[in-house]
Design a protein around this ligand. Structure first.
Ligand SMILES: Cc1ncc(COP(=O)(O)O)c(C=O)c1O
Length: 456
């Protein structure tokens, strides 16, 4: 065993002894599975033994312009020479101001106020609390409106409010007694339609059901929360065109606030800067995270309309203040990274250059579509879900104990690709900076890895 292998073995052993890894069955997490990342550049990550991998899920859907992007690195270093942290509770600092200004220039029109936090989950918690408190005290609110409507298959994070509006049993059912009850509408998972419909012939029963629920519960609903265009964590479930726009129309019709959770889909992942843009939708509250700092540092934002914001104004002793704020809210280093991230989007015309790469990704996925174990490939921009099935006629799933998705990603690792499955859905979501050659390799390795586990 050479020196770097020796060092790696010790790191793995120490890691397994000291860290409780997230979303991981520790009893089955073996030293062979622990990959220790040492550094990265662009869309490539390298482990402690010098092996290179394409970062096929952009470090959990965060990375945008690549690792060690000079401009973002420099922005953080420059800020480090000034101050690493100062609070936003009663004080301000330049990076937070700059970042908010730039963000408001690009979010859907009508959103005017930025409230910072550190993670997608907190951005969602804040959105829920804002909507709730708005209804309680704002002139345009209604204190009887205390409930939320959310979707089956939804994922909005792991804190209890976010879990309450979640809809994935595997992650959420255990905590049922701790959660506030919500009203659930069926999400459009068209491959496995809850109403038994198929396209063509779909009569949009999911939208009809949503309208019925809104009509019945409008008097008690504070807000609806939705992942626009794509339900990510459920397995990249892509909504049909026009769906989001219709949801916005229904919210307006029934006087229910609309919260758009763009934590996963924001910052170019679907091909436009924000998913809402695609259907000309402005939500009342927008939750952002992940890509906001370019995938560098924990930063999130909840962006509200002026009307929501105004609902919190008043003399102090009216107690309308939004009593919420985390210790590291709007951290200067993270905001400096975000400012550089947004500048790169504009100056390098990142969104404009994306279309050709999205087409290439689509074309390179074609051989995978033809594999008999592939039920469906769903792609929206740079977000791809490959649903593996035991039988692609009956859509029968593999028994969970076989851990097919997990096996596929381990095969991919051997071939130089880091990806992460959602059950038996193989997710690809590379950084936007990925090159054409890397896109080809990403798809080739995915094909070979699926083939190695389930055949073709
Ligand atoms: C749509 C959506 N909302 C919220 C979250 C939670 O974000 P975080 O993990 O940063 O708390 C996620 C995470 O994947 C997400 O996909």
């Amino acid at each position: 065993m050479n020196e770097s292998e020796e060092k790696n073995r010790k790191l793995v052993a120490d890691g397994l002894k000291s860290i409780w890894f997230p979303f991981t069955q520790m009893q089955e997490f073996t030293p062979e599975e622990v990959l220790v990342i040492a550094d990265g550049k662009g869309a490539i990550l390298r482990d402690t033994e010098g092996r290179e991998y394409i970062d096929g899920v952009s470090s959990l859907w965060t990375n945008v312009h690549g690792h060690r992007k000079e401009r973002i690195d420099k922005a953080i270093r420059d800020q480090l020479d000034k101050v690493a942290h100062s609070t936003l509770l009663g004080l301000a600092h330049e990076p937070a101001i700059e970042c908010a200004k730039k963000l408001l220039e690009i979010v859907p029109k009508g959103l005017t106020r930025v409230f910072y936090s550190e993670s997608g989950s907190t951005a969602v918690e804040i959105a829920l609390k804002m909507a709730f408190q708005y209804q309680k005290q704002a002139p345009g609110g209604d204190p009887r409106k205390t409930r939320f409507i959310s979707f089956t298959n939804a994922y909005h994070g792991d804190t209890l409010g976010a879990v309450s509006v979640g809809g994935i049993d595997l992650f959420h059912a255990t905590y049922q007694e701790l959660l506030f009850p919500t009203i659930k509408a069926e999400s459009p998972y068209c491959y496995r339609c809850a109403f038994g419909a198929s396209s063509p012939g779909c009569r949009h029963d999911c939208l009809r059901q949503l309208e019925n629920l809104l009509a019945t519960h409008a008097h008690e609903l504070a807000a609806l929360i939705i992942e626009p265009l794509v339900q990510g964590a459920a397995g990249i479930l892509v909504q049909p065109p026009g769906y989001l726009k219709r949801v916005r129309e229904l919210c307006t019709k029934y006087g229910v606030l609309m919260i758009a959770d763009e934590v996963a889909v924001g910052f170019g992942k679907t091909g436009t800067m924000f998913a809402c843009e695609r259907e000309g939708v402005t939500p009342d509250i927008l939750a952002l995270g992940k890509g906001l700092s370019g995938g560098y540092l924990p930063l999130a934002a909840t962006v509200a309309t002026e009307e929501i914001y105004n609902g919190f104004l008043g003399r102090f002793d009216e107690f309308k203040t939004f009593f919420h704020g985390h210790t590291y809210t709007g951290n200067p280093l993270a905001c400096a990274a975000a400012v550089a991230n947004l500048d790169i989007f504009a100056e390098e015309k990142v969104i404009e250059n994306l279309a050709a790469k999205i087409i290439r990704l689509n074309q390179k996925l074609h051989p995978i579509v033809t594999m008999s174990c592939v039920g469906e490939i769903r792609q929206r921009g740079f977000m791809v879900g490959i649903e593996l099935v035991a039988d692609n006629i009956t859509k029968e799933m593999f028994p969970p104990a076989r851990r097919i998705g997990h096996k596929v990603i381990l095969e991919a690792r051997k071939r130089g690709l880091i990806i992460r499955p959602l059950g038996d859905v193989i997710v690809l979501m590379p950084p936007l900076c990925i090159t054409n050659e890397e896109i080809d390799r990403l798809c080739d390795i995915t094909y070979d890895s699926i083939r190695a586990v389930v055949g073709d």
